[in-house]
Ligand binder design. Structure first.
Ligand code: FMN
Length: 168
């Protein structure tokens, strides 16, 4: 699959096959795709928490109401920003760094035959703090990324909205 095909076919998946796993080798490819994202001043101000525990997934669903797809997803990767790893002109860009990470991960998942769903945390500060405490993370949770084998197939979309583009 080429990059444009992956971009065009990616959809948010909220129902996963409960009889199919996402093995560690594939997970590491997805994580590496995230880690290859561009970042301000190349500070890579992020960390990852992989959640396979059903008990922890249930706690995430309890504190973040829009993560209910974790009922069927075999795992979630929580992408956290690490502002403490930034300095100088890179400071403050960590949410953008993490957003690039999430999209890379979602596209890598498509390439490998999986699906994912981006569930936003930061800048909902209270939710991000609760999640950080739950996970024992150093950084600030920016997104919970559900991953697994899709059990639904939302249609690929395609739209080019020329009215949203200005040419100078
Ligand atoms: C910053 C951000 C936060 C999101 N948070 C959630 C969420 O909490 N729960 C959810 O089910 N989807 C969430 N989504 C997914 C969007 O709902 C989804 O991308 C959008 O509806 C477009 O659909 P598509 O991803 O299938 O193209 C989020 C997406 C982004 C970029």
């Amino acid at each position: 699959m080429n990059t444009l095909d992956a971009i065009k076919s990616r959809r948010s998946i909220r129902k996963y096959r409960t009889d199919a796993d996402l093995p560690q080798a594939d997970l590491e490819q997805i994580l590496e795709a995230g880690m290859l994202a561009p970042s301000a001043c190349d500070r890579r101000a992020w960390e990852f928490v992989v959640v396979r525990s059903q008990a922890v997934k249930e706690q995430i669903m309890a504190l973040h109401p829009y993560t209910q797809m974790l009922k069927t997803a075999p795992l979630a990767v929580v992408v956290c920003g690490r502002p403490d790893l930034q300095d100088g002109i890179g400071e403050g860009f960590w949410p953008q760094d993490c957003a690039a990470v999430v999209e890379n991960m979602l596209l890598a998942a498509v390439e490998l035959g999986y699906g994912g769903c981006w569930c936003g945390c930061y800048p909902k500060v209270e939710r991000a703090e609760q999640l950080r405490a739950l996970l024992g993370a150093t950084g600030t949770p920016v997104a919970v990324v559900a991953l697994g084998v899709p059990d639904e197939a939302p249609k690929a979309r395609g739209f080019f909205e020329p009215e949203k583009v200005r040419y100078l």
